[in-house]
Design a protein around this ligand. Sequence first.
Ligand SMILES: C[C@H](O)[C@H](O)[C@H]1CNC2=NC(N)=NC(=O)C2=N1
Length: 112
Amino acid sequence: MTALSEMKCEACQADAPKVTDAELAELVRMIPDWAVQVRDGVMQLERVYKFKNFKLAMAFSNKLADLAEEEFHHPGIFTEWGKVTVTWWSHSIKGLHKNDFIMAAKTDQLLD
Ligand SMILES: C[C@H](O)[C@H](O)[C@H]1CNC2=NC(N)=NC(=O)C2=N1
């Protein structure tokens, strides 16, 4: 099976389906360092990355921004000294699409 990080995001229309409970259970296992959060009724994926200082945190944030533009799928990025909180969800469907799991896996690869 193709790894999530090798997949490409598909254009996500407003009527695209959210992941089902069964798909969610399977997909979360592929990105073990990520947590599922629900904010204002919107399910999201979230991970906190730690860095030695602000410069490294900002450099990671900028790499993530480039990745988001390449895939035209954008995260929430909260950049602090030594810490970056990344949140993925699909605005158009107000929830989680497979794209979000693909992007979470690609985000992890930025550390390599
Ligand atoms: C206007 C709308 O946000 C854009 O068409 C794209 C860009 N990036 C996006 N990113 C995310 N995470 N979800 C979207 O629905 C989305 N849509």
